[in-house]
Design a binder for this molecule. Sequence first.
Ligand code: AMP
Ligand code: MN
Ligand code: MN
Ligand code: MN
Length: 277
Amino acid sequence: MIDLHLHTTASDGVLTPSELVEMAVERGMEAIAITDHDTIDGIVEGRERANKLGIDFVAGVELSSQWKGREVHILGYFLDIEDSVLLGELEELKKARDERNTRILEKLEKVGIYIGIDEVVEEAGGNIISRAHMANIIIRKGYAKDKKEVFQDLLGIDGIAYEPKGDLSPERAVEIIVKNGGIASLAHPKYISNNPDIVRDLGSKLKLAGLEAIEVYYSNMYIRDVLKFKKLAKSMKLVATGGSDYHGSNKALIEIGDGNVPYSVYKELKALKSNRK
Ligand code: AMP
Ligand code: MN
Ligand code: MN
Ligand code: MN
């Protein structure tokens, strides 16, 4: 088994890269990818630990983009983390994210929820500050009872404090990854739409930008969803990738390995990457 969608403390996961790799080994994973939101800060540490423990490691990322009022996430695999162009792009994304974060805190304040940026920075630990961190503080301070309420009423796309992160298009997100030499995969298509025609519409545009894969195996997905997106992947000639989207307690009820991604997915991805060179 493998898991190609994992978050660490570099973004909004709760395990450090080393702890994550150790947990993955414990859970019997043979290959993993760290895919933090908009950052590769966890890669060096994760790779080092993975090499020591003898587990295959893929340098990844999960970029946030905006499409027709929805959030579309693009996964990148086999990245060159020393590429200064990529580092520059990620720096821009971080800036847009930080500006968005300020706007969210202002909107929260307007409805009587007072959270300082310092608190959020401390909660985040790393460079990337996410709504997941804000949600933890909102609950801890007693403004809401659980994450579901926080995202439904406040921080989610229909919440009163929602703010998009800049205006990166999914095409650009794919291009950033492809230009770096990585493989781009459309993350958790069920969050884009349950209607495969909408996903197909987006997917075919993204293929022109260099998209080569789509996340078919995923935690919290019914067998019928997996089958639906597997069929779509096949008809669009996209490689089926997958992973759990593990965040530790920052996203409850998901464990490393959930999604049951077969090892063959890793082999297919590696073949794509080596054919590229
Ligand atoms: P951001 O990257 O700042 O836009 O924050 C999005 C993060 O918030 C996601 O990656 C999840 O970790 C978390 N999140 C989003 N929606 C929910 C939800 N409904 N319940 C729990 N966590 C969520
Ligand atoms: Mn997250
Ligand atoms: Mn995502
Ligand atoms: Mn994710």
